[in-house]
Design a protein around this ligand. Structure first.
Ligand code: ASP
Length: 461
């Protein structure tokens, strides 16, 4: 059999490709009843439909073109892609800090699988170095792939394994740790590691990328460089997230693991510190602190690893007309803790009250956070808040809902004594609860407002 020039195409789509003499990996210009397209024809997977031709267009996005709309199609070139990235041994440079990169998966460790068009976690840490040789000027890097999952598949087991792996690295005297991770739940893992790795002597930097490395606008390389720089050279010995600051690649921001959240589904500048300012700015040349109250780097090799997590904890996002059976079913299913993301200052409707009382009577820990994300739970302001507290709902100050969820899982993993759980929950750890929001701790872009327009123009080139 000769080479398969129509990989994965079948039925109508295959007929159309053959009719116009266009092959997979061909550069095609396509005229359709909906406009014209140009790009590379990608292979399709076995079980994809037979009605679309998939093109990778110059922006890096893949588009599916309905074959019924195609009027004319021409192959203008042909270039079979080779996406194998060479795996290289990392060179050792005397005098540079030693950094360990722990790979868990996500886009930062992905490349496109052209059989299926999907992004797959197949980019080993060794390949990462092959792709970003600049890393060798920043640190002496060793790598270890502990998982290869998209971040929605991270959970307590992975958090615990990561915490133990980090503990070992610290014991062995590493100068800094970078964790490559999918961005979607990067902030959950950052919170989990903040709790599970207490008082680390070195920086622990979580990093991801919003756009996979085969795309011209990928943030993978720069994020990795910034993260490695931070891990090796910064004096901040905390669990942090390092990602694009503005939408351009001018600098990255370091966010505390307990105050950070993914806020945009596609922007590279998706991570924001909520209710505070970021910890620092970082370029490849240096780290510029924004906050000064950081845990400083130390020479000892000690951290307290607390790899505990109770899985029967839930987070409930309140919506108007939520029915009490939502709470009842959690209690009936053996849940030991519930974080509510309530409206405004921390509210749910009156019909839920008896269920909340029942939860408390059955020994379930119930904490209130706010779905506004910014600001504090305030249950003294309205009568209803006071009533809910009397039913046993505990306000979680300005802890972010996801952070409260992780902290409650961690606290209940250590003890079932609800008083002790409360002590753990309400004792601030790495700014998960802060006494007040600084004046510049609430910033959300609002287009149309002069000062914001000026700010955006400055950074959007
Ligand atoms: N879905 C991916 C993940 O979170 C996206 C990313 O890596 O940014 O694993």
């Amino acid at each position: 059999m000769g080479e398969d020039f129509f990989q994965g195409y079948k039925g109508r789509a295959l007929e159309v490709l053959k009719k116009f003499n266009v092959r997979v990996w061909g550069q095609a210009s396509i005229e359709t009843s909906r406009g014209n397209f140009a790009g590379t024809v990608l292979p399709r997977a076995e079980n994809d439909d037979d009605r679309h031709i998939v093109l990778k267009i110059p922006t890096g996005y893949n588009v599916g073109i309905d074959v019924d709309n195609i009027l004319e199609m021409k192959e203008t070139g042909y270039k079979k892609a080779n996406y194998k990235i060479p795996e290289k041994e990392f060179p050792f440079t005397e005098g540079l800090p030693r950094v360990k990169l722990i790979g868990t998966g996500g886009t930062i460790a992905s490349r496109l699988d052209y059989r299926t068009g999907a992004v797959i976690p197949a980019f080993s840490p060794g390949e990462l170095y092959g792709a970003v040789p600049e890393l060798a000027d920043i640190c002496n890097l060793t790598t270890e792939k502990v998982f290869a999952v998209f971040s929605e598949n991270m959970g307590p087991d992975q958090y615990k394994k990561l915490a133990v792996a980090i503990g070992k690295e610290i014991e062995n005297g590493i100068d800094g740790i970078v964790i490559g991770h999918g961005t979607d739940t990067l902030h959950h893992t950052a919170a989990a590691l903040t709790y599970m790795v207490q008082n680390p002597p070195v920086p622990i930097v979580l990093v991801g990328s919003q756009r996979s490395s085969d795309r011209p606008s990928s943030d993978a390389a720069l994020n990795l460089m910034h993260a490695c720089y931070t891990a090796g050279h910064s004096d901040i010995a905390e669990v942090m997230v390092c990602m694009f600051g503005p939408t351009s690649d001018e600098y990255a921001l370091l966010h505390r693991g307990t105050r950070v959240r993914k806020m945009h589904s596609s922007y590279r500048s998706t991570f924001r510190t909520i209710g505070d300012t970021p910890l620092a700015m970082v370029t490849r040349k240096g780290v510029r602190p924004i906050k000064t109250d950081c845990n400083p780097r130390r020479k000892d090799k000690k951290a307290t690893i607390v790899p505990c997590f109770e899985e029967k904890v839930a987070m409930v996002y309140y919506y108007p007309n939520m029915q009490p059976d939502m709470i009842d079913s959690l209690v009936d299913n053996g849940y030991k803790g519930i974080i509510i993301a309530g409206t405004g200052l921390g509210h749910v409707n009156i019909p839920l009250y008896p269920s909340l009382k029942r939860a408390r009577d059955k020994g379930v820990a119930v904490y209130m956070t706010v779905q506004t994300l910014w600001g504090y739970v305030q249950m003294f302001v309205y009568e209803t808040g006071r009533e809910m507290m009397a039913l046993g709902v505990i306000p979680a100050e300005n802890m972010l809902p996801e952070v409260a969820y992780i902290k409650l899982g961690w606290a209940l993993g250590q003890t079932s004594d609800l008083e002790e759980v409360k002590r753990i929950m309400l004792a601030p750890i790495n700014s998960d609860i802060t006494r007040r929001e600084p004046y510049n701790g609430y910033l959300v872009y609002q287009g149309g407002v002069p000062e914001v327009e000026e700010f955006i123009r400055k950074f959007r080139k």
